[in-house]
Design a protein around this ligand. Structure first.
Ligand code: PHE
Length: 488
C-alpha cells in the first residue's frame, strides 16, 4: 500500500516533500513508509533526500498529566472551599503530586499556604500545562517559552525526527517490476526470457565466509619449528609410538631401575599389554652389565638389574626414548654422522594445573658425530634458539641420568624482563652410547624443550588448559593468527 502510494503519487507529481506528512495524510505508519522508500531507492525507482526535524515528545510524567491534569490543577481541585490541612491534602494527592502541585500553585499565586491550612486564592484555574502537553502530543507547535518551561519540568524531551523528500529516480516506473535472479528452463520454453528483467550482479558483495579446517596453535608452531630443524639440516625421527617399553624409555638411557621417575606416581604404566615382547637380547645384556657393573671407565650403579622391570610397557615420558632407539639403529651400521629431531607427544602422571598437563609435546634435537664437545652443544643451541627469536641465552649445570655434562637452558624474555627456563640439554654419557655399539670417539649432543611453553608465550596464553584439552575454546582455534618464527 505504501509502495503503491509513493509510486502512483510520483506519476503525476514531481515530489513528495515530506514523507512524514505524506504518510500521516494517508494513514500509513511512517516506519513502513521509510522502509519502502529505502527499498525503492535501492532499486533506483526513486531518489530520496534525508530530512530532519527537531520535535518534542512527552515524557512518561508528561503523559500522565494529559489525562489527570497538571499537579497544580489537581491540587486546586482537591482543596475544599474552607481549606485543608497539609497532611490531609498530601494523603489525597500522594507525596509527589502534592510537592510539585504546592510549588507550582504557589508560584502561580493560586494558593495560600499557611502554617496549618492550605486554602485556594482563586476559584477557577485553567490547566495550561495540560493543554500545552496535549498540543505537543498531537504534533502541534507551541511557543519557545512554553517549550523551555515544560523542558525544565522534564515533561518533554527533544527527539530528532528523520524522514525523506522523494522524487522519481532513473528507474522510475509506476509499478515495480519483479526482477529475476536465475534464468530457468521454463523461462526459455515459455519465451518469457525476452521480457523478464534480471537482477543486476553486485560485484562488491562479500561472499559467504569459508568454513574450512583451522590449525591449532600447537600445530602452527610445530610446523615452524620443523622448518627450522630442516633449515639446519636435521632429519625427523619416527615418533609414531606412544607406548614404549621401560627398556627404551629408561634402561637404555642409563636411568637406574630405582629412579623415582620410574615410579607409577610419575609414569603411566600399561595394564594390557603390560610387557614388551621383543628387545635386542645382546644389547639388553650390555645394558644390564653397564647398570650393574659399569664399564667404559664407569663404575655403574652396582645393583641387581631386573629384566621384568625393563619389560614393563608405559606411555613414553620423553621423546629421548625415540632418540635412544635411533642411536641404537645407527650403531648397527658403519658409522655416519647424523642430525636428528623429533616433535611429538609425551605423557607424565602429573597433577594438572595452570602450567602442567598429563600429556604435552616435546621438541628434541640431537647431533651425533666424532669429537663433539660442550662448545658444539652451546653453539648449536645458540643457532637453534636464535632462530626461535631467543638470542640471549644462559646455561646452568644440571643433572640427567643420561647426560654428562647437562645444562638447563635459560633465555632472557624481553617482555617479562627476566630469564625463563626454555629447555634442558647435555652430552649423552658413554654408559648410554657404548653399549649400543657406537665407536668410542663418537659423541652425541642433545637438547629438549616443550612445544607448549613457546606456543603459550607466542600466543599470550597463560593457562595450558586454554591451549590443550577439552576446555579449549574452538573460537580460538578458528581465529588464532599465523605463526612466523625468524627462519634464517
Ligand atoms: N629428556 C629430557 C626431558 O625430558 C630433555 C633432554 C633431552 C635432556 C636430551 C637432555 C638431552 O626433559
Amino acid at each position: 500500500m505504501a509502495e503503491e502510494a509513493v509510486l502512483s503519487y510520483l506519476e503525476n507529481n514531481d515530489e513528495i516533500r515530506d514523507s512524514g506528512e505524506f504518510a500521516s495524510e494517508r494513514g500509513i505508519d511512517h516506519n513502513e513508509m521509510v522502509n519502502i522508500i529505502k527499498s525503492l531507492h535501492g532499486f533506483r525507482y526513486v531518489d530520496a533526500e534525508d530530512i530532519k526535524r527537531e520535535t518534542w515528545v512527552l515524557t512518561d510524567e508528561g503523559n500522565t498529566y494529559t489525562t489527570l491534569g497538571s499537579p497544580e490543577a489537581q491540587l486546586i481541585f482537591a482543596i475544599p472551599p474552607e481549606g485543608i490541612s497539609r497532611e490531609e491534602l498530601q494523603k489525597k494527592l500522594g507525596p509527589s503530586v502534592f510537592k510539585i502541585g504546592c510549588a507550582q500553585a504557589a508560584k502561580n499565586k493560586w494558593v495560600e499556604i499557611g502554617k496549618q491550612l492550605i486554602s485556594k486564592k482563586v476559584q477557577h484555574v485553567e490547566d495550561i500545562v495540560k493543554d500545552l502537553l496535549l498540543q505537543i502530543q498531537q504534533g502541534q507547535g507551541i511557543g519557545p517559552d512554553d517549550i523551555k518551561a515544560l523542558k525544565a519540568r522534564k515533561l518533554i524531551v527533544p527527539q530528532t525526527w528523520k524522514g525523506y523528500s522523494v522524487k522519481k529516480g532513473p528507474n522510475y516506473a509506476p509499478k515495480r517490476k519483479k526482477v529475476v535472479t536465475d534464468l530457468t528452463r521454463d523461462n526459455f520454453q515459455s519465451g518469457e526470457w525476452r521480457e523478464i528483467e534480471f537482477k543486476e550482479y553486485n560485484y562488491s558483495a562479500k561472499g559467504q565466509p569459508l568454513e574450512g579446517g583451522s590449525l591449532h596453535p600447537l600445530l602452527k608452531v610445530r610446523c615452524q619449528i620443523k622448518q627450522i630443524f630442516h633449515c639446519m639440516g636435521f632429519e625427523e625421527m619416527p615418533t609414531n609410538n606412544y607406548v614404549e617399553s621401560s627398556f627404551w624409555n629408561f634402561d637404555s638411557l642409563f636411568q637406574p631401575q630405582q629412579h623415582p621417575a620410574r615410579d607409577s606416581h610419575d609414569t603411566f604404566f600399561l595394564e594390557a599389554p603390560s610387557t614388551t615382547k621383543k628387545l635386542p637380547e645382546d644389547y639388553v645384556q650390555r645394558v644390564k652389565q653397564v647398570h650393574e657393573f659399569g664399564g667404559y671407565e664407569s663404575r655403574g650403579y652396582t645393583y641387581d638389574w631386573k629384566r621384568e622391570e625393563a619389560n614393563k610397557n608405559l606411555l613414553r615420558t620423553h621423546t629421548t626414548a625415540v632418540s635412544s632407539r635411533m642411536l641404537y639403529q645407527l650403531a648397527q651400521k658403519p658409522f655416519v654422522p647424523k642430525k636428528y629431531f623429533s616433535i611429538d607427544r609425551v605423557f607424565r602422571n602429573e597433577a594438572v594445573d595452570r602450567t602442567h598437563l598429563a600429556e604435552f609435546h616435546q621438541i628434541e634435537g640431537l647431533v651425533c658425530d666424532r669429537g663433539l664437545t660442550l662448545c658444539d652443544l652451546i653453539g648449536v643451541l645458540h643457532d637453534f634458539f636464535s632462530r626461535l627469536g631467543m638470542t640471549k641465552l644462559k646455561f646452568k649445570p644440571a643433572y640427567n641420568p643420561y647426560t654428562e655434562p647437562s645444562m638447563e637452558i635459560f633465555s632472557y624474555h624481553e617482555g617479562f624482563k627476566k630469564w625463563v627456563e626454555v629447555g634442558n640439554s647435555g652430552m649423552f654419557r658413554p654408559e648410554m652410547l657404548r653399549p649400543m655399539g657406537l665407536p668410542e670417539d663418537v659423541q652425541v649432543i642433545a637438547w629438549g624443550l616443550s612445544l607448549e611453553r613457546p606456543t603459550m608465550i607466542m600466543y599470550g596464553i597463560d593457562n595450558i588448559r586454554d591451549l590443550f584439552g577439552h576446555k579449549v575454546d574452538l573460537g580460538l582455534i578458528k581465529k588464532n593468527s599465523i605463526c612466523r618464527l625468524g627462519i634464517e
